[in-house]
Design a protein around this ligand. Structure first.
Ligand SMILES: *Cc1c(COP(=O)(O)O)cnc(C)c1O
Length: 232
């Protein structure tokens, strides 16, 4: 499919998926009353992102600070009410840039990162980020970021002690197993901790995530079609 055809499809997918989300939400007892569709725009052409902005989407996810810094300041000048979500691993040397560009961070997962944020967050004149989600490695996979479920409680306390407002939990279940037990675990942890937001569910499993209480679903390919560089 050429780029033009794909761009005209993006607004349709945006409408269809919102209806789908609403239908699943209405049919599920555990569904959150408000669900945010975060459009994952990593590695997408600016034209594709603009198609979604014009359709009314305002929440976007990026996984690399550097890429987002190239793409978003210009778009944000046109659409000042855009909210950017960091959904990829954050290196401590990019913390300042990330705090001034992103509104929500979904990937707080270690003490060193909390320290780096706490050191600068009250000194940045253009600090933007107000919401921090802990990424939980529910599958305890070595190659994945996220705090182990057994250590989430202590990381949460550490954040609180360093005046980092943790308002959500996020997970990426292992690729090769049913995701529902992972979503259920995250939901249970959020209830135990009294944390309101749950960032879970991607293109392949967002309906399951909504049935288990997701408040933020992160959709890339379901909206944009296949990415050029997978994982980029
Ligand atoms: C890429 C990515 C997504 C979106 O994945 P799709 O399967 O394309 O919807 C969601 N969350 C994270 C953390 C990602 O890196």
């Amino acid at each position: 499919m050429n780029i033009k055809d794909n761009i005209s499809l993006i607004a349709c997918r945006w409408e269809t998926i919102q209806q789908r989300i609403k239908a699943v939400q209405d049919a599920s007892l555990l569904a959150a009353p408000r669900i945010k569709l975060v459009a994952v725009s990593k590695a997408q052409a600016v034209e594709a992102v603009c198609a979604l902005l014009e359709a009314g989407c305002r929440d976007f996810g990026e996984n690399r600070v550097q890429d987002a810094m190239v793409k978003w300041p210009k778009l944000r000048a046109q659409y000042p009410d855009v909210r950017l979500h960091l959904i990829g691993a954050l290196q401590t040397n990019k913390v300042k840039e990330a705090l001034t560009l992103f509104d929500v961070m979904h990937t707080i997962d270690r003490v060193a990162l909390v320290d780096a944020i706490a050191r600068v967050q009250h000194t940045l004149p253009d600090m933007r980020c107000r919401e921090f989600f802990l990424q939980v490695n529910t599958g305890e996979e070595v190659q994945k970021g996220g705090v182990a479920p057994s250590e989430a409680d202590s990381l949460l306390r550490y954040c609180q002690a360093h005046s980092l407002p943790v308002t959500g939990l996020m997970c990426i279940p292992p690729a090769d197993v049913p995701p529902a037990p992972h979503f259920a675990l995250l939901h249970k942890m959020a209830q135990d901790f009294g944390i309101p937001h749950l960032s879970m569910g991607m293109s392949g499993d967002y309906e399951t995530a909504i049935r288990l209480g997701a408040t933020h679903v992160r959709l890339g390919t379901a909206l944009f079609g296949a990415r050029n560089q997978e994982g980029a």
